[in-house]
Design a protein. Structure first.
Length: 182
């Protein structure tokens, strides 16, 4: 929301005729542009979704996160957002939605749970990219109860094919007409 700053346009017409006032205000225009940029940056850094490197670093400091030098801004933003928005109670549905946020979609993983016999939960991630491994491990350690053993399995997807399924249903009412006799 950077504004075009022209302080001379705010002057009443009878003062705008004087050169000294115009030159003084035109000299102040760059300073007001700097102020607008600083205000815009401060406004964007109030929110995780729009924060720049400086803003995300402040959120990381609050949450005691230590990013790697090679982490891109989007990865850091996702990690901060994942830690910032935690809501109780934790259910499989909430875990699935958090994993979908973390892994970039609900079709990138599946959860298989066996709570009847072994209290084991397997999270299968359909990707060979393990860059989010640390975040997935943290998420499971925070959301899965201690008596359940979580396991992460990576399955690499070599090719994707589209599968189209279809069905047709028709309904008919059969009316039998008979001629009356007699």
């Amino acid at each position: 929301m950077i504004r075009d700053v022209d302080l001379v346009s705010y002057l009443p017409p009878f003062i705008a005729e004087y050169k000294e006032t115009n030159i003084a205000l035109e000299a102040e225009n760059p300073e007001f542009i700097l102020i607008w940029k600083a205000v815009d940056r401060a406004l964007k850094n109030e929110f995780i979704a729009t924060a720049d490197e400086y803003g995300i670093s402040k959120f990381e400091k609050i949450l005691d996160l230590h990013p790697k030098d090679t982490d891109p801004l989007d990865s850091r933003r996702m990690r901060v957002q994942n830690r910032w928005f935690n809501a109780l109670p934790y259910t499989i549905r909430v875990l699935a939605s958090k994993l979908a946020e973390c892994l970039g979609g609900e079709y990138n993983f599946s959860i298989e749970a066996d709570f009847g016999n072994t209290y084991k939960m397997t999270v299968i991630i359909y990707s060979s990219d393990d860059s989010q491994d640390e975040e997935v491990k943290y998420l499971l350690s925070m959301m899965v109860p201690v008596n359940i053993f979580p396991e992460i399995v990576y399955e690499s997807v070599t090719s994707m094919t589209d599968l189209h399924c279809g069905a047709f249903l028709e309904q008919a009412d059969i009316i039998e007409l008979r001629q009356r006799r007699g």
